[in-house]
Design a protein around this ligand. Structure first.
Ligand code: ADP
Ligand code: MG
Length: 486
């Protein structure tokens, strides 16, 4: 290529790059959620393929940093699968100035861009970076497969995860020495199971509570087991796992139906347990609902503690957003925090995803982070966020605000705090929906329309005389306005 214009690329190299990158995308798509895929992978442009070296273009340095920080493992594994062991991925960072783009070397933060430099030995004059392993991944951590980013410190406590977190912390402080052995954490996806399990391992190692800790997914355990049989190394495999102080196995629902693996795991489990070593497991559902799992194994789980993690409540969601944005060095306005926390309710991974997409969009488009921008992002992520308000949404929001169980608002109870919440919900239902008094009454446990009128008047009266009361109603109303059309 020397002597030719650096911009001239053999068309077939471009085609090949496109094909290879499409194959990569197909694999990546299965490993990340749709929204991360759209945000972080669709904008990448394959440039060319030379030897085992695939060069892709990313829109900015910020983008590059995020990919490296968050998707290093996925990307490198994928490239290896598609192109083989010796493959390399190189990034070219797009800039506004095409001249710079050619020789642009990604500068350290804040440093001036590097002058044009000649790279005679290079087959191309795109200066690129190779994916680097983050420096903090020591050999020890790598061996344990613990992700140092998941700690107790950055795990936000809330009612939804309190027991699981407390148990995890007890286990980390005294592995094998509590009655929580095994510790089984279960709950829906994206709620923090994996995070907590890594936190146990990281804490135990950092505080000298355990030396040999291994984190493994049940899928990986299964694959390794099968391979060990094929290679006739089953003894080494067994010996390795049985030498651990803490064995952490994630997502054990994937053991379902794999009888030989289960059998093997059963023996490993027994041995470790007898030696007083700690076992930590997670599952996406309560153990007793795990179909296709050996009863012997299930009964072992009852030796220890089983704890669930529930979806986070509004306050926890807000705390998580605050914490994550602070860690990323972003000052997120309060109304934006509330807007995202009220609209993204299902799980924490999605919450994080929104925040990241929001930061990416703000950064790429050079815009401030506002509720309007957040609305644009959420439209892609959770669909059009504004739909007509329903009485159920009002009930849920009011109950969440006052931290009372939602069914009470429809029940007969006359407890003062419930009556108070019920009246406010009725008032807001009349104010913010087109439902008739009769319909509203029906939604509140079949109450009469005159009860709704009474509630409405009572709320109006109290708002006039009680400043705190007025501010409560106003705040709930504001939350509802963020959620739905009025
Ligand atoms: P699961 O294993 O239950 O599917 P993860 O542990 O992978 O969920 O959590 C998904 C994401 O949400 C991770 O990035 C994790 O750090 C984050 N996360 C979950 N729970 C919390 C929490 N309580 N505080 C802070 N971050 C959390
Ligand atoms: Mg997980």
């Amino acid at each position: 290529m020397d002597g030719t214009s650096p911009l001239v690329v053999n068309p077939s190299e471009e085609d090949q790059a496109g094909d290879v990158w499409r194959a990569c995308l197909d694999l990546i798509k299965e490993k990340v959620n749709t929204q991360s895929f759209k945000t972080w992978f669709e904008p990448i442009v394959p440039l060319y393929l030379r030897g085992g070296r695939l060069t892709v273009q990313v829109p900015s340095q910020f983008f590059y940093d995020w990919l490296e920080e968050h998707y290093y493992t996925i990307i490198s594994a994928t490239i290896e699968t598609v192109l083989g062991k010796d493959a390399h991925l190189e990034y070219s960072v797009k800039t506004d100035d095409p001249q710079l783009e050619i020789d642009y070397q990604i500068p350290p933060q804040g440093a001036p861009r590097v002058e044009r430099r000649a790279f005679p030995p290079q087959p191309t004059s795109f200066t690129t970076l190779q994916p680097q392993r983050p420096a903090d991944r020591s050999a020890e951590a790598f061996q344990s497969f613990l992700n140092a980013r998941y700690t107790f410190e950055n795990f936000i406590k809330g009612d939804s995860n309190q027991l699981a977190r407390a148990a995890a912390s007890a286990v980390a402080n005294n592995p094998g020495g509590t009655s929580f052995n095994p510790l089984v954490i279960y709950g829906g996806t994206g709620l923090g199971k994996t995070h907590l399990m890594h936190a146990i391992g990281n804490y135990a190692i950092a505080n000298g509570k355990a030396r040999r800790v291994i984190y493994v997914s049940s899928e990986k355990f299964t694959v390794e087991f099968v391979e060990s049989i094929q290679r006739d190394t089953a003894n080494e495999f067994a010996g390795f796992y049985r030498s651990m102080d803490i064995l952490i196995v994630d997502d054990i629902q994937f053991f379902a139906g794999k009888e030989r693996t289960q059998d093997h795991f059963f023996h490993t489990f027994n041995e470790l347990h007898q030696l007083g070593k700690q076992i930590v497991l997670s599952s996406d559902r309560p153990p007793k609902e795990l179909k296709g799992l050996d009863d012997r194994l299930l009964s072992r789980f009852q030796w220890g503690l089983t704890s669930d993690i529930q979806p986070p409540d509004l306050e926890t969601r807000i705390a998580i957003l605050r914490n994550k944005s602070e860690n990323e060095g972003i000052d997120l306005p309060q109304d934006v925090v509330e807007f995202i926390a009220t609209n993204v309710t299902s799980n924490i991974r999605e919450l994080e995803g929104c925040l990241i997409s929001l930061m990416a969009k703000a950064s790429l488009e050079g815009r401030d982070i506002t509720v309007d921008l957040a609305r644009d992002v959420l439209k892609v992520v959770v669909g059009d966020v504004k739909s007509p308000l329903t009485i159920e949404t009002i009930q849920r929001t009011v109950c969440e605000y006052f931290s009372i169980p939602e069914d009470l608002i429809r029940a007969k109870t006359r407890k003062q705090e419930v009556v108070n919440a019920r009246q406010i919900a009725m008032y807001l239902a009349k104010e913010m929906t087109n439902c008739s008094l009769k319909t509203i009454g029906l939604h509140f446990g079949g109450r009469d329309h005159s009860t709704v009128i009474h509630a409405y008047q009572s709320v109006e009266d109290q708002m006039r005389i009680d400043q705190k009361y007025l501010s409560n109603v106003t705040q709930i109303k504001r939350r509802l306005q963020m959620i739905g059309h009025v």
